[in-house]
Design a protein around this ligand. Structure first.
Ligand SMILES: [Zn+2]
Length: 144
């Protein structure tokens, strides 16, 4: 799976002519170090503040919007919880726990990958949103 690391993100910012500021670097670091959690803006703000005191919540929102519009990260939108962000921009399934809100990446078979779909059906997939909802292992272990 192609998961962007800090170096990848910075070089993509440069490629796309986006500004690299200390605030943005702090946000990138917060994204990368919490990528397994698929963090939301609140967590990113809290973490980025530790690196750059001048980061505000609105900077975080604006930066995340900018990054996702430019394809650096993927925004996962939800009705019942805050939007979360995924550094894995390749095709995969997000397994979402209805109890604790944890989001895990799950590999999909080749037959469901965009390039395979294009090859077999001629259909060009521009967006995918694959979500399975349920309960994670940790939550299943805990009694209510
Ligand atoms: Zn859970």
């Amino acid at each position: 799976m192609a998961i962007n690391d800090k170096k990848d993100l910075i070089s993509q910012l440069k490629e796309k002519g986006l500004k690299i500021t200390p605030q943005r670097l702090a946000i990138i670091e917060a994204l990368v170090s919490n990528c397994d959690n698929h963090p939301g803006a609140t967590l990113i703000f809290k973490e980025a503040r530790k690196k750059a005191k001048s980061v505000s919540l609105s900077t975080v929102y604006a930066t995340l919007k900018d990054f996702s519009e430019n394809g650096l990260i993927k925004q996962l939108e939800f009705d019942r919880m805050e939007n979360r962000y995924d550094l894995n921009i390749s095709d995969h399934v997000n397994l979402i726990c209805k109890r604790c809100g944890k989001i895990m990446d799950y590999h999909i078979p080749e037959a469901l990958e965009s390039r395979d779909i294009a090859r077999k059906s001629g259909f060009i997939v521009t967006d995918t949103r694959m979500e399975f909802h349920g309960y994670c292992r940790d939550c299943l272990k805990q009694p209510d």
